[in-house]
Design a protein around this ligand. Structure first.
Ligand code: PLP
Length: 434
């Protein structure tokens, strides 16, 4: 492709993407939308600079404003999570997890987490599965950890406490990871903290998905319940830029985390993202409780409405969800792949997902039986319970009534016309303007 043509095509694709999302229902549970101020910080000159090292001990000149911003980011993150120490340098949630593995384990050590089929994340995964199949997860493939699995209770969609305690006692891991990519209910941090202490395992809570709900005090508080360290992505329920952070209350542990981040894993730590994170953290302090309350309320309302429309919503007996996520079992509707595609044609953006019982019924990650829906972004656009009911009807039209998705796309676009701005911000403004 001619460079001028390529240049033009990229610019127009970016514009088209913005237009598309401006008339869609973005419901990927790991995504969100930032305020205009946060978006603008991402394009600031901070993104051209280096500031290796710690504030006050930089290896570069020219960082006085960057230092101030990074100090504020750390202060705000500490306040949000009520902890003594925060490192805001990891450039993503995976890098934050890798910092914990680097700081507290050696290659060959045993770590325990949930398998991907039960909500675990690829960054917690082993190099190979129990049958020798390649998995290539960060913990195994990058840090060389021997990853064993915690037990999961499919019916209750949560870690099985009694069986996991037994497995922890048997395997004596160095590291136990809770939290996950599919997380409907609080994980048993308190319940597993004693056994972790008794075998000398570090208890690590991966709050990539739920950091915004924790900051907004509408989900469990892992650091008060006994977690030693917590990692997060800052762009899922936490409505900031794509970035990561690690927090702890233990100074000695924090020193190790700092060293793992720099000089271990990072040179540049994406200063524009740190600036954007500082702004988002300020928004979270001011509006986080109200936002997180609305997110959880909306997730429950969406789950109930989908159930009422005739969908098979996971965990009905437990009230469906206590987080931002709703899980649908669409095995009988042709599977996750088909449903995801149909919804996408209707401008409803969701992702297919493995359900804990999928492998048993012969499904795989390529065409799993579930859809994972998230309501964080819709909530940030100002939608409430009434809209969740409208959205459930749109799902019904596409997936149950088999209406033409293109026609439903028109209704989606009409609905979105009433929700153009980012809320829960000091300066509300257009969500997808570019
Ligand atoms: C998304 C996710 C991550 C990775 O975060 P990135 O910011 O995408 O690197 C880590 N852990 C869990 C549980 C996740 O869901």
């Amino acid at each position: 492709m001619d460079p001028v043509e390529a240049y033009g095509r990229v610019k127009s694709s970016i514009l088209e993407h913005h237009k598309w999302f401006d008339s869609s229902l973005p419901m990927i549970a790991s995504e969100n939308v930032t305020s205009p101020a946060v978006r603008k910080a991402m394009t600031s000159d901070f993104g051209h600079r280096y500031a290796e090292g710690w504030v006050g001990e930089r290896v570069y000149a020219g960082t006085k404003y960057i230092d101030e911003v990074e100090s504020i980011a750390m202060e705000l993150v500490k306040r949000l999570f009520n902890v003594k120490f925060a490192d805001v340098r990891p450039i993503s949630g995976v890098v934050a997890n890798l910092a914990v593995y680097t700081a507290f384990t050696n290659p060959g050590d045993v770590a325990m987490a949930l398998p991907i089929t039960k909500g675990g994340h690829i960054s917690m995964g082993p190099l190979r599965g129990s049958e020798g199949q390649f998995i290539g997860g960060t913990a195994g493939a990058v840090r060389g950890l021997d990853v064993k699995y915690l037990a999961f209770d499919d019916h209750n969609m949560n870690v099985d406490v009694d069986k996991s305690i037994k497995r922890i006692e048997e395997n004596k891991p160095k590291l136990v990871i809770l939290g996950g990519s599919v997380i409907l209910f609080p994980h048993p941090v308190k319940e597993l903290s004693d056994v972790c202490k008794s075998v000398g395992a570090l208890l690590h809570y991966d709050a990539a998905h739920v950091a915004g709900l924790i900051a907004g005090k509408q989900f469990q508080q892992p650091m008060e319940e006994g977690a030693d360290v917590m990692t997060m992505s800052t762009h899922k329920t936490f409505f900031g830029p794509q970035h990561g952070a690690v927090i702890t209350n233990d100074e000695e542990k924090f020193e190790r985390i700092k060293l793992a981040n720099f000089p271990g894993l990072l040179s540049n730590h994406h200063l524009h993202s740190v600036a954007a994170l500082a702004l988002a953290a300020a928004e979270m302090l001011a509006f986080g409780e109200e936002y997180a309350r609305a997110v959880v309320r909306n997730a429950k309302a969406l789950a109930q409405a989908l159930h009422d429309e005739g969908f098979s919503v996971v965990a009905e007996h437990l009230g469906f969800t206590q987080s931002h996520q709703v899980l649908l079992d669409v095995d009988a509707l042709g599977g996750g792949h088909r449903c995801e595609k149909l919804l996408e044609e209707a401008n409803i953006i969701v992702n297919r997902n493995l359900l804990p019982w999928d492998i048993k019924r012969g499904r795989s990650f390529k065409d799993p039986g579930g859809l994972r829906l998230g309501v964080s972004e819709l909530t940030r656009l100002g939608m409430g319970e009434e809209e969740m009911k409208e959205i459930a009807k749109l799902y019904r039209k596409v997936l149950l009534d088999r209406e033409d998705p293109k026609k439903v796309a028109g209704e989606v676009s009409e609905l979105r016309k009433r929700f153009r701005n980012v809320k829960y911000a000091f300066e509300e403004g257009p969500a997808y303007e570019y």
